[in-house]
Every structure is written in C-alpha cells, then in structure tokens.
Design a protein around this ligand. Structure first.
Ligand SMILES: [Zn+2]
Ligand SMILES: [Zn+2]
Length: 134
C-alpha cells in the first residue's frame, strides 16, 4: 500500500533526514520557520503521525513526556556510559533474527526496533575502581 505524501510530509521527512538527530515537534516547527518553510504546528503533528504509521520515522518518548522524532536509521545500536555520557556504536544487531521470527509468528509488520545498553565504559570503570580503593 503506497500512500501519497503531502508537501508538508515531504518537507518534514527531508528535514529529519538532514538533521540526522531526534527532534521535538516544537523544534521542528522552529527549524522549518528558520528555513522559510513555515508549517503550522497542528499540520506538523498530523504529518508526523502519518509518517510514523508509514514506518519512515520513529518516535522516542523522554522521561519528561516529550516526544522526539527522527528518520528511521539503519539498524544500529549503542552502548551509553552513564558516567561520561559517551555513546559507542556497535555493529551487530542481536535481535535481527528475532524480528524475522516475530514477523512470521505474529504476522506483525515491524518497521523498526530500539535497543540501548547502559553502564560504565572502560575508562569510567577504572576511575571508579580507583575511588573505591581510597
Ligand atoms: Zn564513561
Ligand atoms: Zn537492531
């Protein structure tokens, strides 16, 4: 099923791809205004909803309840250090197979998945070990 995209949907999708990061609808509104492509906030929300259901953008909801939108990236996961905040990209995807299985068992059309690992990086573990000695 191929749906026709509206002009605002195309603009928003293009912008999300160029930005290459997750952004809130509010910030999207500001970005578009800065490029002289003003789109009303209500239209932005409607376009985001349509693009989400099409599977081309993904949404991440923060603890604050704010939703961040980004274009669906390639299958890539990160190890995030809680101490220094650095993100290390990992090249393998442990759930890629599972996705195929889920699709077969449930006949569920999967657009994307998210998987993040949190902890302490090598450097921060050394620092922590030093602290506990003293
Ligand atoms: Zn660290
Ligand atoms: Zn993956």
């Amino acid at each position: 099923m191929k749906t026709e995209r509206t002009r605002s949907q195309e603009r928003i999708l293009k912008l999300l791809k160029t930005l290459n990061k997750a952004i809130s609808a509010q910030d999207l509104y500001i970005e578009l205004r800065n490029c002289n492509q003003s789109i009303g906030l209500a239209t932005i929300y409607r376009a985001l909803e349509a693009l989400k259901l099409e599977g081309v953008i993904q949404v991440r909801t923060l603890a604050s309840g704010e939703s961040l939108y980004s274009s669906v990236q390639q299958d890539k996961h990160h190890l995030t250090c809680l101490q220094c905040g650095q993100s290390i990209g990992i090249n393998e995807c442990p759930v890629h197979e599972l996705e195929t299985q889920l699709h077969q068992f449930h006949n569920f059309k999967i657009f994307y998945h998210t998987l993040e690992f949190f902890g302490l990086c090598n450097q921060c573990q050394i620092i922590q070990a030093d602290h506990s000695k003293t």
